[in-house]
Design a protein around this ligand. Sequence first.
Ligand code: ADP
Ligand code: MG
Length: 402
Amino acid sequence: MTGFYTIDDLTAVLGDVRGKIALVREDLNVPMADGAVSDDTRLRAAVPTLAALSDMGCITLILAHFGRPKGKADPAMSLVPIAAPLAALLGRPVGFMAEPSRDALSALSPGSIVIAENSRFAAGEEANDPALARAWAAWGDFYVNDAFSAAHRAHVTTEGLAHILPAFAGRSMEAELRALDAALGNPKHPVAAVVGGAKVSSKIDVLVHLSGRVDHLIIGGGMANTFLAARGVDVGKSLCEHDYLATVESIFAAAEAANCTIHLPYDVMVSREFAPNPPSLRSCNVHEIAAEEMILDIAPASVEMLGDVIKNCATLVWNGPLGAFETPPFDAATVALARTAAALTREGSLVSVAGGGDTVAALHHAGVAGDFSFVSTAGGAFLEWMEGRELPGVVALERAKR
Ligand code: ADP
Ligand code: MG
């Protein structure tokens, strides 16, 4: 990882920042139900940066998007309802500034925090329009990007502003980048990756990238069926992408060339119907699957084998559940391996980083999300990082330090 400035560098770079105006990109795109925030994870993630800037006497204008208004004002996607819950978490007032300007911001007292309206109401935001970037940059003295989850987009508030203003990573951005670097950028070896989920086709780039970087690639979920099929296993009625057997062959070849061991399950949980606790549920060797059966989870002996792989590793990166975890008992393998990883992390022998919408849900379901070294809620940005892609928002922060 090349370097980037953080909030700790503000004074060294800018001198005394008391009274200076910070434009801070946060992720305020929280789920809402009946006009109230139903999951405030992202608001809590914004608190450390906002509190630090306020403590330093900066005047902060928060920039963020909400939903997909596609360049037009839409009252249903206003950020107005976010101010009160954010203020409650911060323990200090958060205002709303409908029409920001340098003069209006300068008139606020040092330490003030205000939110600007949904950045995507402006047509130029997603187009990364340079004129819009210049207009918004004129409001402030420096820029802080604290929204890793939006860093895979090159928009005015995620990338464009960093070209114009001195640019710094916020606390959450910094934590995310350091965790991802410890997991894949500059990890302690041996490194294991768990990749699960439904389909090979949605994660080809992830699989190709990981096969060149990790020592052990553990394949689970529906995509393991396609890997098994490529190895000549008859997977019956299982979810299987027969059009992707050649892709899987190329992943096997890439892994072999890079000295990466691919681990597949050798025993699995199968049933004739996909339903909770189906009567036809049984475990069997992968070579004994009947034509009308489907694989819905990994069976205990294979899970133990995968646990032994992780026990011998220093680093684990995990994306995708091992089975159809929403339907009991097909959560068993995911829960068991997650608990093994959590225990190893607590003991201090494993650095564990996980991400992905369903993966985070599965770790919460297993009760171990808090025991992992880092759990990314960044979704698309996390997956693009797993694919080894450069994220424009991060590149812009790195360039700002050069
Ligand atoms: P993430 O959101 O963490 O990136 P994915 O969306 O790739 O994860 O995959 C999650 C989905 O994969 C879950 O809905 C789960 O039910 C499904 N899945 C896992 N194993 C199987 C399987 N053996 N058969 C069918 N679906 C599966
Ligand atoms: Mg998903």
